[in-house]
Design a protein around this ligand. Structure first.
Ligand code: ADP
Ligand code: MG
Length: 492
């Protein structure tokens, strides 16, 4: 694939374009905090972005949008299958304390009876554009038999699927850049992105379903302001702007542990604000670091037991674990959850090979396979947020270490075929740095908005997109972790 304009740009064009794009980004609120992870400063800059939109084949973009409603339904069905979830996670919970703690809450609530049967899902399914497939579509790990790109899912995020507010903003920056480059006509290749609106529709639908005018929406956030605070604030403030009277409040898990009361009818009540809580949206709670003490776990349990509608509820959170996704990729499993064979095909077509590391023959086979050619695989723990995966030779090292220690700990991980995305050049624009022309590859996220009570689906929508572009230096990590930049698709 070719970049949208021939590269490199001449230096004076690049210089003025970059300055203008940066200023446009700041003026339009494409911003983040720059003072480090535990942010106590007020230093703000533009969020890192790609100077040019990245070409994405239209057919793959359409395919990714078309499969989102299937994924929404799949998550819901999986989350309601206790036997399946328990079986999938039974080995993981023995060796992974974090997943075990989540699972413990799940079990406790299942035993007590779920108070709030309505589930709200704001998911994001992420894809790489795979460049390593042969003609029959079977991944051949490293052999480029034909150049037809394929959509391959890296994961679906069922908790804290960030970025909804910035997709539209970066598209505007890109239109501004195209305009300055004298190719304003190219606007038509940049698709509309209603990600923020779709997310808001989900919040409001859940709040209305809860049915109390005075009840508030709570965003669960980290104790310290995180880098991406403005992305969160955008959702928060836009809800309140569009629905005057509907209040959104931010609390940390610690604050909820200390302040929230679970009334006898299971109403969740924030005492400091004097408000009943209709919807709890988790922007934190997906990482062990968000639970430094037992207090935070008690808050998660309190929320889960309450009548508030959770986004996500604990079973959606568990349905989004890497282990569940690996099990769903096994032959015959999707059919258990999706009765429509076309839906099964749509979903399966996006799957890359995934392999178990459970103790036993099959897991042993995975170990042998990976030890032979680790460069063809990714090893993933049950973690979210980027920067946790293990690649290449490091996989050998980690497996060898586990073998010497306690080999059962391998079951905390799954193995996935390495997707080798199409590479093209783009300028990476980061605060305090020169524009850097780099090899890059994009990761396309599609949002899903879903609300249901048991078999009754109230809301099932594809909800806009999010494009990140990664440097090809290896490793992973989101825009706010370091490696990636915000981008928008240029459909070709
Ligand atoms: P996390 O929950 O930490 O975001 P992901 O499964 O999304 O975990 O992996 C993080 C990053 O690693 C992805 O954004 C992608 O860049 C890269 N990645 C994940 N799976 C693969 C894969 N199978 N092949 C190549 N890169 C991958
Ligand atoms: Mg991810």
């Amino acid at each position: 694939m070719e970049p949208v304009v021939p590269l490199p740009l001449d230096l004076s064009t690049l210089d003025s374009l970059t300055q203008s794009a940066k200023d446009y980004a700041v003026l339009n609120g494409l911003t983040y905090l720059t003072g480090g992870q535990n942010n106590t400063s007020d230093l703000v800059s533009f969020a890192p972005f790609a100077l040019l939109p990245s070409p994405v084949p239209r057919a793959l973009f359409v395919q990714a949008r078309a499969v989102q409603k299937d994924f929404n339904l799949l998550v819901h069905r999986v989350s309601h299958d206790r036997a399946f979830l328990s079986r999938c996670l039974s080995s993981v919970v023995k060796v992974d304390n974090f997943t075990a703690s989540l699972f413990h809450i799940y079990e406790q609530v299942q035993e007590e009876g779920v108070t709030q049967p309505i589930c709200l899902g704001l998911h994001r399914s992420d894809y790489l554009l795979d460049n390593t497939t042969n003609n029959d579509g079977v991944g051949t790990n490293g052999v480029t038999a034909c150049r037809q790109l394929q959509l391959k899912q890296t994961e679906i995020n069922t908790i804290a699927a960030a970025g909804a507010g910035f997709g539209e903003k970066i598209a505007r920056v890109h239109k501004h850049v195209l305009n300055l480059l004298g190719v304003a006509d190219a606007y038509k290749h940049i698709p509309e992105n209603r990600a923020l609106d779709s997310q808001l529709d989900g919040f409001v639908a859940a709040w209305e379903q809860y049915g109390s005018q005075k009840a508030i929406i709570v965003f669960v956030v980290e104790e310290e302001r995180c880098r991406n605070v403005f992305g969160q604030r955008l959702s928060e403030f836009t809800v309140m702007e569009r629905h005057p009277g509907l209040v959104v409040k931010r609390y940390s898990l610690r604050q909820i542990a200390e302040d929230a009361e679970l009334k006898s009818d299971k109403t969740l009540f924030m005492q400091v604000h004097g408000s009943e809580v209709a919807v709890v949206y988790f922007r934190a709670g997906y990482s062990p670091a968000h639970y430094p003490t037992e207090k935070e776990w008690s808050a998660r349990l309190k929320i889960e037991r309450s009548r508030a509608i959770k986004c996500p509820c604990i079973s959606y959170h568990l349905a989004g674990t890497k282990k569940v996704q690996q099990e769903l990729a096994q032959p015959g499993v999707l059919e258990r959850f999706l009765e429509d064979p076309k839906a099964v095909s749509r979903v399966r077509a996006t799957f890359a090979g995934q392999h178990t590391l459970e103790m036993g023959l099959e897991g042993d086979r995975t170990v042998q396979m990976v030890m032979r050619s680790p460069e063809d695989y990714v090893m993933k723990p049950q973690r979210e947020g980027g920067g946790n995966n293990i690649y290449g030779e490091d996989i050998r090292t980690v497996l060898n270490e586990l073998m010497q220690k306690d080999f059962e700990e391998r079951t905390a991980y799954i193995v996935m075929d390495l997707i080798c995305p199409a590479v093209l050049q783009n300028y990476f624009i980061r605060p305090g740095d020169w524009p850097r022309l780099q090899d890059s590859s994009c990761e396309l996220g599609i949002y899903g908005v879903f609300m249901a009570e048991g078999d009754q689906v109230f809301h099932n929508k594809q909800g806009g997109h999010y494009l990140r572009t990664n440097g090809s230096s290896g490793g992973d990590g989101g825009v706010y972790v370091g490696n990636a930049v915000l981008d928008s698709p240029y459909l070709v």
